[in-house]
Every structure is written in C-alpha cells, then in structure tokens.
Design a protein around this ligand. Sequence first.
Ligand code: FAD
Length: 403
Amino acid sequence: MDDLRVQVCVVGGGPAGMMAGLLFARAGLRVAVLEKHADFLRDFRGDTIHPSTLEVMDELGLGEAFRALPHRRVETLSGIMNGRSFRIADFRHLPVRNRFIALMPQWDFLDFLSGQGRHYPGFHLLMRTEAVGLVESGGRIAGVRANGPGGGIEIAADLVIAADGRHSLLRDRAGFVPKAFGAPMDVLWFRLSRRPDDADATAGRFGPGRILITIDRGEHWQCAYVVPKGGDAALRARGLPAFRAAVTDLAPFLADRVAEIATWDDVKVLTVSVDRLERWHRPGLLCIGDAAHAMSPVGGVGINLAIQDAVAAGNLLAGPLKAGTLTEADLARLQARRMPPTRLTQGLQRLVQDRVIARVLIDAGRPLKPPLALRLLDGLPWLQRIPARLVGLGFRPEHVAGG
Ligand SMILES: Cc1cc2nc3c(=O)[nH]c(=O)nc-3n(C[C@H](O)[C@H](O)[C@H](O)COP(=O)(O)OP(=O)(O)OC[C@H]3O[C@@H](n4cnc5c(N)ncnc54)[C@H](O)[C@@H]3O)c2cc1C
C-alpha cells in the first residue's frame, strides 16, 4: 500500500467519522477515512436516528433517499409503571420536517453515508485499516501510522480527526485523558421476536429494582435490561430462568417467546460510561464524537451528538483547510461550539441516571410510585414537547452550512 497525502485524515468509520468524511469531501477536500473493520456489520450499537440528524440529511439533499431505507418511526415515547402507561415525549410538534425518531440499523446508516461519500473524488475510505499511532513533526500532529490489508502505511494530513470511539487510541497517543463521571448502571442487550399482532409500542418499563426498554424493530424487539453498575455477574449467577422471569414480569406479552434467550451468549453487556475531554485538540489533531465525550444511553443521543460534532467540524474547518490556513485556534472554536451542548446533555443524562434510574434500581423491595414529573407529563400533553425537543433536537442543533 502506498503512503497517502490528504488534507484530512479521519480515523474511525462510525457516525462521527463517516459524516465528517462525507462533509469534507463534499467541500472539495481530499479526505481519507480509516476504519479498522472490514464492514459496518457489528453487534447492536444503537440505531436511533433523531430528528436533528434527519434534518442534516435533508440539508444535504439526501433526506428522501435516506427515508427510503427500511426504518421504523417512533413519534412518541412512553414509560410503563405498575402496568400503567405514561406518555413522556411527543415528537409530532417539533418545529422541523422530520417529527420522529427513525430506528435503523447502524450499519445501514453507515453504508448509506459511505455510499454518498464515494460520489466525491476526494473521498477515500480505507477499510480494514487500523490507525496505530500519530506522526508528529515540528510540534504538531502531521499524520497517522496505520496497518492495512497491504501492510503498514503512513498518511500525512493537515488535520487528523480522532473519531475512533469511546476507547480512542489516538486520544491516548495524544496524551489526553477523559474525565469520567461514573454511571449507576450497565445495560444488557438482547432481542426477542416480534409478532405482527403485538399491540405494544416502544416503551421503557419500570418495576421495583428493574428497568426494561423494549424497542420495536419490526421483525424483533430490541430489548435493553438495565442493571446496577457491575450487576451483570450477580444476575447471571441467579440463572437464566430468573432473568427470563424478570423480563416477563415487566413485559408480560413477551412470556411466549422469552425462551428465545437460550444462553447468556444471547445477552450482550454495554458497560455504561459518561466521560469527556477537557481539551479536544492539539495542533493538527481534533477529537470528536465518543472520542471526545462518551454519552450515557439515556435518550439515545450518542449517535446524534457525534453527527452534530461532524457537522460543526465541516462548517468551521472546511474553509481554513481549503485555504491552507488552519490553526489550532480554529480547532478551539470547534470545541467552544460543541462543548456547551455536550455538557448540558451529559448533565441532564446524569440527572436522570441519579434521580430516576438509580432510585428504581436500588428500591428493589418497595413498590414503585410514579414520580410527579411522570404524572405531570402524562396529564399535560403540551409538556411532552419539552423532552421531545431535548431528545430529538438537543441543545444546539447544527445545520449544514449552505445546505
Ligand atoms: C450497545 C450500544 C448501544 C447503543 N445505543 C445507542 C442508541 O440507541 N442511540 C444512540 O444514539 N447511541 C447509542 N449508543 C452509542 C453510540 O453507538 C455512540 O455514541 C456512537 O456510535 C458514537 O459515534 P462515533 O462515531 O463517535 O464512535 P463509534 O461509533 O464508536 O465509531 C468509532 C469507529 O472507529 C473505529 N475504530 C476504532 N479504533 C480504530 C482505529 N485505531 N483505527 C481505525 N478505526 C478505528 C471503530 O471500529 C468504529 O467503527 C450505543 C452504544 C452501544 C455500545
């Protein structure tokens, strides 16, 4: 494999990296996106495409093609407590064109973005290419060392973007250590088949000491069972029959198919972490997405914040990159723009984690009483627009410049 010289080298073909690659290539820049895997197929990674991201697709002129991909639409969100349903969020009044969350496998989303990127001559997607180190020159990051199918390769770039996720290697190599905030829970993911006559909708189900989120994915239910931090081992020790019983206790309609959880291999653990970097950049290097800030699963906003970072990066940095005038001050502007929404979102997530989730998980012995906020939201439908806006659009929705 020959060494490459590009204007932007993006490491990581997740939502942040693929969107950044597409936007820089669309702006006429020469971009390399490095993805260590051979394809985008991987274990469940979350598949909530929020209205903020759908608006970006429209601004790029891709909305129609994107909505033609198979997806499920979620227009409202509900919580079920003691068998009673409380509506929490209603997206149907958002002041945007796309008033719903689209549920789409992340690999379809990433395939779509990479397909769009390939329309631009400057877009180079290098699959099975793993970044293993940074190249430094004259006090700045000047590129990336990577291993690809043809062996070692060096990619020189005016800007390296670390979009390599929550365990970012580039972040470590740059000497950055994220500040961790802790989380009271972990999440066990599994799927159960969905029957055409299932009347239930996507919902969060709360019982004493347990929470189950059931997401309607058409053919199946994607289920998230929330356990206290590190509680996975104790749950497994109690055995599969006890786990299946806990699931059906919260979602009785799943009783006829819960045996589909045949072994613990059918259950995947997501170790929940919430963290962020205090500084996202060094000369020649910028961290975005999970590499800059791992989000809690509360609200399912991780993909969407990663996309927002990429859009802001495209807006603020494409000009200086084209002109060859990029300085660290440009990267600092990007951080200054994206840090406040990141802080606010994580602050809200931590509030929900500590005030709602932790309390439900700890109070295993006591019957649950629906909190006042839940009763108010359900009783006053116009209030449901607030969580819909916070989840669906977030604090500072980005718009594609000239889009
Ligand atoms: C089980 C699970 C469920 C989730 N559910 C949701 C949800 O419902 N909604 C939601 O919004 N978010 C969800 N998330 C979080 C969401 O997936 C992330 O916030 C989002 O994917 C972050 O995007 P990213 O592009 O920053 O990083 P990632 O999506 O992590 O992408 C990083 C990419 O970089 C690649 N990579 C890593 N290291 C290297 C390297 N050295 N060289 C080359 N490539 C490399 C990885 O293979 C990966 O493709 C979930 C996460 C998990 C794990």
